[in-house]
Design a protein around this ligand. Structure first.
Ligand code: ADP
Ligand code: ZN
Ligand code: MG
Length: 476
């Protein structure tokens, strides 16, 4: 049987961080006492009329611009009808066949569309479940009802669970940097559904998909998709067929349970919302949305890769714009030093030193100025101090700031050169470790570590590793 390929598409709900709800003036809140942010509009009293939130439209246009979407000159709101206590109107105002944002792209993944809609109220299930005899109950908190949402739908361009989680992280970071949402998965301001199918590798046709609902962390997203892919592969490989259904992944047990099958799928009877006029963004609004964009992660990653940084390092910086700004200042001060090396110091050694010293905040908040860090890296690059000493100087700088050259002097960390002093220390280390010397002679090169280690202890890390190695070889 041909190998099976995974096909994944994501649907992401983003709660917009506007001041007020999508169609009324109620304040947005999280964690407030239930049902304090409500009004006749979001409680669906008879005769009320929705008024669209201009800030939400602006945010949707910014998301569209960031995802390179075609913006509809005239998009339409629809009613999506369903009957459930989280929706007092018994329909959700959403968009259907003409969404505000059409086809776009983020990184390697095509965006199918992104549309504006309102969130449902929050259901809270308490006590024991059981429809009639159980002591359980379902409570409704209407604070969330009517919160503006943008739903982003990708094309099925993702090919494995890890890739899906990584891309979702990139999307979250992009939206976070736009400043249009809190993108907090635990609090539900970013919610991800994954559509999953398998097909013979090389096939163009799509297999039947299942939908995993509402995974509230990227790790769970990855694990859920992995579990579902494994289930589908096993099923198809043993001659079965995948049934279309909606699934819930329980991260605690790792199990998948069916929420509803195709037969139970809703018919939402979409029809145009008669109480709202079409949404027609002005030239001015479109221009503002484009011009408001900061340099987003995808662009920053590309620019850093061009500077010679590894993808992972570029990604780390692109998801932390303040540290990225710091890094760029270090590059400016470190003329002649490869940006790649400087980036490694910023995201590696400096980040570790800050963690070690339990300093709050990142590089940009630290006591180390970018020119001082560049100066330190230069001392290491020019072999004035060893790499190990460089880390010691960095630790001192994290605590008290200051000029690295002065710290080197004060602490006596200047590198031992190829002087008689180092040679004598190497000779002594070899004499003290006859077993290791014997092993090296027998061809066990790993044994050299014991001697290098002894030299480093003796010199307090001031010796250059390469030089020590050379001296040992010379003396064997
Ligand atoms: P539905 O009508 O069930 O909502 P859509 O065509 O609107 O399905 O697609 C919803 C999401 O599912 C999109 O992200 C899309 O990329 C993805 N998708 C569609 N078909 C498949 C498939 N066969 N396998 C994986 N993902 C799919
Ligand atoms: Zn309201
Ligand atoms: Mg859909």
């Amino acid at each position: 049987m041909a190998e099976l390929e995974a096909v994944i598409g994501l649907e992401i709900h983003v709660q917009l961080a506007t001041k007020t709800k999508m169609f009324c003036g109620c304040e947005l809140s999280f964690g407030d006492e239930p049902n304090v942010h409500t009004c006749p509009v979001c409680l669906a009293h008879p005769g009320v009329l929705p008024v669209p939130n201009e800030q939400a439209i602006r945010y949707a246009l910014q998301i569209g611009a960031a995802l390179n979407c075609e913006i509809a000159p005239r998009s339409i709101f629809h009613r999506k009808n369903y009957f459930y206590p989280d929706s007092p109107k018994a329909y959700q105002i959403s968009q259907y066949d003409i969404p505000i944002c059409g086809a776009g792209r983020l990184g390697d993944v095509r965006i199918h569309r992104a549309h504006l809609e309102e969130d449902a109220a929050k259901m809270i299930h308490v006590g024991e479940s059981g429809r009639i005899h159980g002591s359980g109950a379902s409570l409704v908190d209407f604070n969330r009802g009517g919160t503006p949402l943008v739903e982003i739908v990708t094309e099925p361009d993702l090919r494995d669970a890890a890739e899906a989680a990584q891309w979702a992280r990139l999307l979250r970071e992009t939206i976070r940097q736009l400043g249009v949402s809190d993108v907090n998965m635990e609090e539900g301001s970013l919610r991800v559904d994954a559509n999953v199918s398998v097909r013979p590798a090389g096939s163009e046709e799509l297999g039947t998909k299942t939908e995993l609902k509402n995974m509230n962390s990227f790790r769970f997203l990855q694990r859920g998709v992995e579990a579902e892919l494994a289930r589908q592969r096993e099923l198809v490989e043993s001659g079965g067929t995948v049934e279309q259904e909606t699934l819930h992944f329980d991260p605690a047990s790792g199990s998948l349970t069916s929420l509803r099958s195709k037969e139970e799928a809703h018919d939402y009877r979409y029809f145009p919302e008669p109480d709202l006029v079409p949404l027609v963004p002005s030239e001015e609004q479109l221009r503002e949305a484009r011009e408001s964009l900061p340099e987003l992660p995808v662009a920053r990653i590309a620019r850093y890769q061009e500077m010679g940084l590894a993808y992972d390092v570029a990604l780390t910086l692109a998801t932390d714009p303040r540290t990225a700004g710091y890094f760029e200042n270090v590059v400016e001060a470190g003329e002649g030093i490869e940006p790649r090396v400087l980036a490694n110091w910023v995201t590696g050694e400096l980040a570790a030193a800050l963690r070690q010293a339990e300093v709050d905040g990142g590089a940009a908040d630290s006591r180390i100025s970018p020119p001082d860090l560049a100066k330190l890296v230069r001392l290491v690059q020019e072999k004035k101090i060893s790499h190990g000493s460089g880390k010691k100087v960095l630790a001192a700088m994290v605590k008290g700031g200051g000029d690295p050259e002065k710290i080197v002097e004060r602490e006596g960390l200047a590198q031992m050169s190829d002087s008689g002093e180092l040679e004598a220390i190497v000779e002594k280390a070899m004499a003290d470790n006859p077993d290791a010397v014997e092993k090296i002679r027998e061809g066990n090169n790993k044994a050299i570590g014991a001697i290098v280690g002894a030299v480093m202890r003796e010199t307090k890390g001031r010796a250059d590793g390469g030089e020590v190695n050379r001296l040992i070889q010379e003396k064997l």
